[in-house]
Design a protein around this ligand. Structure first.
Ligand code: ZN
Length: 273
């Protein structure tokens, strides 16, 4: 018997996307399988880590500088597995990240340099996860700084005017995909790339306490989200459309939009045959 599914898979894909994360490993616990799927389909991705995760341990005697260096190495290895074109580390303090003007300027520099169509960042409105637990303050700060950097700062040449004067022209980001949302509205099918997400997570050896359970944990998570769209693996996001896309409109991933795009694609195929 077919089980009715609640939603359809999200199909829009940015040509260029940037993941903005608070810590090394957030991007891999977060949207890594989606990033890998988009990259496999031809997108170019860039990862920005606001901190180097220098407080991500439980031994007060460990040297934070050494830990940060180790975690940057781990994140670069993980990013290579996912297929990002590169990683930027902003070297902000782990555990004390603030959505302040200094962080927003750093993010605007990254956005105007790489010029992504979409930004993926942790949902800043989540203080408590609906499944239980508190969302790390750094995740909230990084998410809110990403939102504020996207709109209005990156697109406004008069925000941080020395940037535009120095050659970093204003840039419009079309969409935000908010990661770890309590209220997701799109689900990306990731059956082909969930293995890369798990491999990328294994690269964060200093952070994985139960490596034997990692794969089953991740497969459980993606299966939960996959059930929404009738597949074995998906990642869920809260999509915020800032600029309409001609092919899809502002609603983002509705069945009507999917049918319309499919019809347009057929028309284009017929016209070019
Ligand atoms: Zn984190």
């Amino acid at each position: 018997m077919n089980v009715p599914v609640a939603e359809i898979a999200h199909f829009w894909r940015p040509a260029r996307f940037m993941v903005i994360a608070a810590h090394p490993d957030d991007a891999d616990f977060g949207p890594a399988a989606t990033a890998a799927a988009w990259i496999d389909a031809g997108s170019v991705g860039w990862l920005v880590c606001c901190t180097s995760g220098d407080a991500g341990g439980e031994d007060p005697d460990i040297d934070p500088g050494e830990l940060g260096t180790l975690r940057e190495t781990e994140q670069k290895a993980a990013a290579a597995i996912v297929g990002y074109a590169g990683v930027s580390f902003l070297h902000q303090p782990d555990g004390a990240l603030e959505n302040d003007l200094a962080l927003r300027e750093l993010l605007v520099r990254e956005i105007r340099t790489f010029r992504p169509d979409a930004i993926l960042a942790t949902d800043p409105e989540v203080v408590f996860h609906s499944g239980g637990g508190v969302n790390h303050s750094d995740h909230r700060a990084a998410g809110m700084a990403a939102v504020d950097a996207v709109y209005p700062a990156a697109r406004n040449p008069m925000a941080f005017p020395w940037l535009a004067k120095g050659g970093l022209a204003a840039h419009v980001v079309r969409r935000l995909y908010l990661v770890w949302p309590n209220d997701p509205n799109v689900w990306v099918e990731v059956e082909a790339t969930v293995g890369r997400k798990i491999d990328a997570l294994r690269a964060h050896a200093s952070q994985i306490r139960e490596p034997d359970r990692l794969e089953s944990r991740i497969r459980e998570w993606v299966a939960e989200d996959g059930a929404k769209i009738g597949v074995t693996a998906a990642e869920a996001f809260r999509l915020v459309v800032i600029e309409d896309d001609d092919d899809e409109g502002p609603s983002g991933g509705t069945a009507e939009a999917a049918a319309e795009v499919a019809a347009n694609t057929e028309e284009v195929a017929a016209a070019t045959d």
